[in-house]
Design a protein around this ligand. Structure first.
Ligand SMILES: [Zn+2]
Length: 187
């Protein structure tokens, strides 16, 4: 997996780029939490569940079905995050789905059960470029951790902020002329 914070960077960068009118601060936090949630499955190791088991690490919680379930939950809870139900669904679904998809680009571990329960096959992306994060804290804060961080800056943070920046530009471009004039001081 990329480190847990790098998973959250994806919805945070994209949500901030889309603007608080579209993605409210509450929905932004929901998306960040949803993007990190799949890795709670590491608890399965402590329960003796094998890695390759559907309920093991990178199993059902990394599937698109799990992302769909969280998206639907967010839709039902809207407007608590003060967002339209469609936006809440799409944002939380994509935030959760991004977790399994990013894991599929990593250089280690087993693949990701993206299509569970249709198949228990573990998938990897054709290009595995993100250095896999070690599971032990000692290694995360060591030399290995630095290599992982640099890899995530290049392959996760930079693309996420690039997309967020483009969304911010698009959002500004699509603002009503009256709003743009007011912001720039022309009244
Ligand atoms: Zn993961």
């Amino acid at each position: 997996m990329p480190t847990i914070l790098s998973h959250a960077v994806v919805p945070l960068a994209i949500g901030l780029g889309a603007g608080r009118d579209r993605v409210s601060p509450a929905l932004l936090l929901d998306g960040a939490a949803a993007s990190m949630l799949p890795d709670l499955d590491v608890l399965a190791f402590h329960l003796g569940v094998a890695y390759a088991h559907p309920f093991g690490h990178r199993g059902f919680s990394h599937s698109l079905l799990f992302a769909l379930a969280l998206g639907l939950a967010a839709r039902l809870l809207a407007p608590r995050p003060r967002a339209s139900r469609l936006v809440a669904f799409c944002f939380v679904f994509l935030a959760t789905a991004s977790h399994g998809l990013l894991d599929a680009f990593t250089t280690g571990g087993m693949g990701v059960a993206l299509l569970w329960p249709l198949t228990e096959t573990r998938f990897f992306a054709p290009w595995r470029v993100i250095q896999v994060s070690p599971l032990s804290l000692n290694q995360i804060f060591g030399a290995k951790g630095l290599a992982v961080l640099l890899s995530e800056l290049k392959w996760v943070w930079a693309p996420a902020f690039a997309v967020g920046g483009m969304l911010a530009l698009l959002a500004r471009f699509h603002q009503p002329p009256a709003t743009r004039q007011t912001e720039s001081g022309v009244r």
